[in-house]
Design a protein around this ligand. Structure first.
Ligand code: GDD
Ligand code: MN
Length: 377
């Protein structure tokens, strides 16, 4: 054992320079921003022992290379480079779990969050006044002037919706700027969704009001370089998270998306069947098979873009995945018919039997797709 980490050496904290604060910065294509942020942290955190962990999802602009360069000059800087994964929430979670300070902050790399608030936030945690401190745009003194009216409107609507649905009490549960006691976070971590981007909302909803929370106002600035990574898909992610939390995680975000995609498949199937029968004059069996095949294909494509966005198959893997998906769904169809049949046998109510079969089918397809089509590397 290294001498310095042997217990009983007195002030170990100082001897090996354990940080008081870990700043976690998720990055995707932020190569022009990270060095500036690092310098700003250095200025803002004078007198505090700190570390910064950048969690980069293998950015095409090689942000990780810039971070590695910083890390070679300053041991307080670290880079977690994730390969084959995407997602803001997942990156924040991994960053916090990789940190060693008793308190961890999360902030954007693009200087939209006000790093000069960090000492104040840390003091609130250290004094025990709070277990979670949120940098808030929506309390007295805070603002989000840099938002255009469309985004401001969406943000306000989503905030109100989430607060009502989940009984969240804070003013800005959508903020991407917060600081938390690491031990408390670690307790919650296994229940958090790695998909999506609303990590704070997830933390607050999962904690069920058990985290003593204080909000400090700050002004949400304009992004320095590059562009926002939040696209139109975030609305869907957000709805999924609210529903999942609303059902106490009985229904996961991924399952919901999968089932929704399955629902669209029904329309694709019927549409194809209709065209094949009436326009192409195909016999019913062929038309039905074409419908099923088309629906499976569009389901696969949608799931690859939506449900498994963070594990999207690319290149040759798409073909392999599609074939595996056909196979999974074919067995799913047998399971569907089997269950429907046995329900109908006992209780000849057509819609009950049909629904039970469909339920069996979607659960089977979901479970098996996770294992054989979009399996975690
Ligand atoms: N590792 C990783 N993986 N980082 C990501 C990813 C990802 O998939 N997507 C985005 N990031 C990083 C960005 O590089 C940036 O540092 C930070 O996460 C936030 O992304 P932005 O693209 O800057 O988002 P924004 O400024 O539009 O949204 C901000 O405000 C929202 C509130 O309106 C973020 O702070 C959100 O978290 C926040 O909810
Ligand atoms: Mn940003």
């Amino acid at each position: 054992m290294n001498e310095a980490i042997q217990p009983g050496l007195g002030n170990v904290q100082q001897a090996i320079g354990l940080p008081d604060l870990s700043v976690v910065v998720p990055t995707f294509n932020e190569c022009d921003n990270v060095a500036k942020l690092y310098r700003k942290l250095e200025a803002a955190l004078k007198g505090i022992v700190w570390e910064v962990i950048f969690v980069d999802d293998n950015s095409p602009d090689k942000t990780w290379e810039v971070v590695r360069d910083l890390a070679q000059h300053d041991g307080r800087v670290r880079c977690v480079r994730r390969i084959g994964r995407r997602g803001l929430s997942g990156a924040c979670i991994e960053g916090i779990l990789a940190s060693s300070a008793p308190f961890a902050a999360v902030m954007d790399a693009d200087l939209q969050h006000d790093e000069t608030q960090l000492p104040k936030m840390l003091a609130l945690l250290q004094s025990g006044q709070a277990e979670l401190v949120v940098g808030s745009r929506y309390v007295e003194g805070g603002s989000a002037d840099s938002f255009d009216s469309k985004r401001a409107g969406f943000s306000a609507f989503a905030t109100g919706f989430a607060k009502r649905m989940l009984g969240v009490a804070i003013a800005d549960p959508m903020s991407g700027f917060f600081m938390v006691r690491r031990d408390k976070f670690e307790q919650l971590a296994p229940k958090l969704s790695t998909q999506g981007f609303k990590i704070l909302l997830d933390v607050v909803a999962t904690a069920h009001g058990e985290l003593k929370t204080v909000e400090v106002p700050f002004t949400f600035g304009s992004r320095l370089h590059g562009e926002s990574k939040l696209d139109s898909m975030v609305a869907l992610d957000f709805l999924g998270l609210v529903l999942a939390k609303f059902t106490n995680d009985v229904i996961s975000l991924r399952f919901l998306l999968f089932a929704m995609v399955g629902g669209t498949g029904l329309f694709v199937h019927l549409g194809t069947l209709f065209v094949a029968l009436t326009v192409l004059n195909w016999p019913f069996a062929e038309a039905q098979a074409a419908g099923a095949l088309t629906a499976m294909t569009t389901n696969f494509i949608l799931n690859n873009f939506l449900t498994y966005r963070d594990q999207r198959l690319k290149g040759f893997a798409i073909l392999r995945g599609l074939l595996a998906f056909y196979l999974v769904c074919s067995v799913g169809l047998l399971a569907n018919v089997g269950v429907a049949f046995s329900v109908y046998d006992q209780e000849p109510i057509w819609w009950l039997a049909g629904a039970a079969g469909a339920m069996m089918g979607v659960v089977w397809n979901y479970a098996m797709s996770g294992l054989f089509v979009w399996r975690k590397r």
